[in-house]
Design a protein around this ligand. Structure first.
Ligand code: ZN
Ligand code: ZN
Ligand code: ZN
Length: 103
């Protein structure tokens, strides 16, 4: 069967080759990404590479890392704060926030 890269901006289709796992989807499966997109996702730069010109970018309250809010590819790389701010996942872990908001 032919597979299509889940990155809407890429859309590479192939029956073979390297496929990488991306973000978790509603079905419980992981998105399948072509090698190029999968590498970007693994390095946590997927949104920087593909969505740089999209809206929704905010900065981590603690370290100023740029975060693409509302994007499924970044869904698990940030936590929303109760004060309306946002924090990256590494700062959230450091501050112990991460266990608060599992769902
Ligand atoms: Zn791709
Ligand atoms: Zn994004
Ligand atoms: Zn941070």
């Amino acid at each position: 069967a032919i597979k299509v890269c889940m990155n809407a901006l890429c859309g590479a289709a192939s029956t073979s080759g390297e496929w990488k796992k991306g973000w978790p989807m509603r079905s419980g499966d992981l998105a399948s990404l072509c090698d190029k997109c999968g590498c970007a996702y693994e390095q946590s730069i997927f949104c920087e590479v593909f969505h740089a010109k999209e809206s929704g970018w905010r900065e981590c309250n603690s370290c100023d890392k740029r975060l693409h809010c509302g994007c499924i590819a970044s869904r698990f790389m940030m936590e929303l704060l109760e004060n309306g701010g946002v924090t990256c996942i590494s700062c959230a872990k450091k501050s112990g926030l991460i266990s608060m908001n599992v769902s």
